[in-house]
Design a protein around this ligand. Structure first.
Ligand code: 5GP
Length: 111
């Protein structure tokens, strides 16, 4: 069964798309926890960062570059969080590789 993100990638579900190329799509999070909350999603179906195969590791620097550019675009380059939840106990709810780019407010320390 497709995840929500696969359905967004396949244009079966709507999303506010901020960036897209053949490998990556970046969309606004539907339930933002900060003024800027963007999801940077791999188009290839990979469950989590723990499941990436060596041949797909090149995706990661590309996703980071997308995050950097969006951080500039959304004026949060001076302070943001870029994270990927991995596995159920981390809080991952959609099992399709994505980074959260979060900023636009005082984020404080983790935990
Ligand atoms: P995770 O919990 O897997 O790390 O992150 C999943 C994220 O997807 C959550 O931040 C959640 O708010 C977001 N989300 C869930 N459903 C949708 C949706 O239908 N559209 C968008 N744009 N984001 C969603």
């Amino acid at each position: 069964m497709k995840t929500i993100f696969e359905r967004i990638i396949d244009k079966e579900l709507p999303a506010e798309v901020l960036f897209e190329n053949e490998r990556i799509i970046a969309i606004k999070d539907k339930y933002p926890i900060a003024p800027v909350h963007i999801l940077i999603i791999s188009k290839k179906v990979i469950k989590s960062i723990q499941d990436i195969k060596k041949e797909d590791l090149g995706l990661i620097p590309e996703m980071i570059e997308v995050a950097q550019n969006l951080a500039d675009e959304f004026h949060i380059a001076n302070g943001y969080r870029l994270l990927t939840n991995t596995g159920p106990s981390s809080g991952q709810t959609i099992f399709h590789l994505h980074f959260h780019l979060i900023g636009g407010r005082e984020l404080g320390t983790m935990g």
